[in-house]
Design a binder for this molecule. Structure first.
Ligand code: NAD
Length: 418
């Protein structure tokens, strides 16, 4: 590993890759290439703050692989963003898009900033400068950013506008996760959460558990977590625990999800909402439930808490929420894990729909989008399950093997340039 990329999340992504590459006997030359991203760009972002001073933020865009098509991946605004973390997330995007059969490679971008400390005007200036600095790498045929932690539809709209200003005409296909008024897709905002519920329902069926008998705990009630909660609730499951960065809210009888989400939207932190017991995030993770959904940051389930988890199914909505050590413990304890590259792929699947609609200038209705998402994600689930059972391995290994194999085939077919 090149020292610039050294970071716990990148080490986790590489350790997963090494384990699977060894098991599938992947060509060693290809292994070396796939452990290092294709392109990494670091940019300095000098921003005039509202008080008149200039602050310089650090931005990144990493393209892990483009053998199968343009690269695709979210844009994260968080105070802990670093090159190594972005590189790990870009690598996972490569396997994720390949597993879902989308014609993309993986990328990720980010800025080291806590967006909550910026005014709206500062956020806009930061986004526009970041888009202008990474402009040489991006475009609808090259690399297409989307939302991730700390970014939203408005950020994507500024991004699309900045890209369009550079080329002189509107390019909706330059980013996904935009508002509908400028080429966003119906169903994109809820897509990751909907995909999480789709694959969990398949896992519940497999285990013979009814939705009505299912209790769900969700860590992180941002974009992904809140839609996951809402859709599980509508489907008839009982959402008994949720959390944000301020802590968890727990009620074994079931939380009034619509009401809680409504109050969150009006700006109340979870710790100020009275609908159950207030727990720490660690306590929330270890409550008894049928399904646990980590939907916040990476490396939340570790060797320190894996023994204490009391769920039957772990659906990884976040990227990289489980360390290798915790993964081994949970597998020994027979917890059914739906790995991140499968569980949260609903976001990139509907991003793909958005890009296709933008390029074709022809828009689909919500029913089509939900049905097509369901078809793609549940077929990826069953392909993975079938492979895992045939090879007597875990869902994570099966999903990674499938994704890596698609990418390896593309590299072999294209050959080595020059
Ligand atoms: P977001 O910024 O909308 O929400 C993140 C949430 O996590 C917030 O509610 C925050 O309060 C909470 N949080 C932060 N630290 C926490 C902690 N220590 N404990 C509990 N909660 C904590 O982000 P998002 O877009 O919902 O993304 C969440 C996860 O899903 C990330 O890992 C992201 O990479 C992954 N993901 C997102 C998408 C997408 O479409 N947005 C797609 C695929 C995967």
């Amino acid at each position: 590993m090149i020292p610039e990329l050294d970071h716990p999340t990148f080490r986790l992504a590489v350790a997963q890759f090494d384990q699977v590459a060894e098991a599938m006997n992947l060509d060693t030359n290809l292994r070396e290439r796939l452990k290092t991203p294709q392109r990494s760009l670091l940019v300095a972002l000098p921003i005039r703050m509202d008080d008149g001073n200039v602050r310089v933020f650090q931005g990144y865009r990493v393209q892990h692989d483009s053998a199968r098509g343009p690269s695709k991946g979210g844009l994260r605004y968080h105070q802990d963003v670093s090159l190594g973390e972005v590189a790990a997330l870009a690598m996972w995007m490569t396997w994720k898009t390949a597993l879902a059969g989308l014609p993309y490679g993986g990328a990720k971008g980010g800025v080291t900033v806590d967006p909550h400390t910026l005014s709206l005007a500062e956020l806009e200036r930061l986004t526009r400068r970041y888009a202008a600095e990474i402009f040489p790498l991006i475009g609808p045929d090259k690399d297409i950013p989307a939302t991730d932690i700390g970014t939203n539809q408005q950020v994507m709209a500024w991004f699309m506008d900045t890209y369009s200003q550079q080329v002189g005409f509107a390019v909706p296909g330059a980013v996904t996760g935009k508002p509908q008024s400028i080429g966003g897709s119906l169903g994109r905002e809820e897509a990751t959460g909907r995909g999480v519920v789709n694959v969990t329902i398949e896992a519940l069926r497999r285990k013979g558990i009814n939705l009505e008998d299912t209790s769900v705990v969700i860590q992180g009630i941002g974009n992904v977590g809140s839609h996951t909660a809402k859709i599980f609730n509508e489907a008839g499951a009982r959402v008994i625990g949720i959390s944000d960065v301020t802590g968890g809210l727990f009620n074994p009888k079931g939380l009034p999800i619509d009401d809680v989400l409504q109050r969150r939207r009006s700006g109340l932190p979870l710790r100020d909402i009275k609908a159950g017991d207030h727990l720490t995030n660690d306590e929330l993770l270890t409550q008894e439930c049928t399904v646990l959904v980590p939907a916040a940051l990476s490396e939340q389930i570790t060797g320190n808490n894996a023994e204490r988890l009391r769920c039957r199914i772990l659906t990884e909505a976040a990227n990289g929420p489980t360390t290798m050590e915790a993964d081994a413990i949970l597998n020994d304890r027979d917890v059914f894990i739906i790995p991140d590259i499968l569980a949260n792929s609903g976001g990139v699947i509907v991003s793909y729909f958005e890009w296709v609609q933008d390029v074709q200038r022809f828009f689909w209705n919500e029913r089509d989008i939900r049905q097509r998402l369901h078809t793609i994600i549940t077929s990826a689930f069953h392909r993975t399950l079938h492979f895992a059972e045939k090879k007597n391995t875990t869902m994570r290994t099966a999903a990674l093997m499938n994704g890596i194999d698609q990418v390896a085939q593309a590299h072999t077919a294209r050959g080595l340039y020059p």
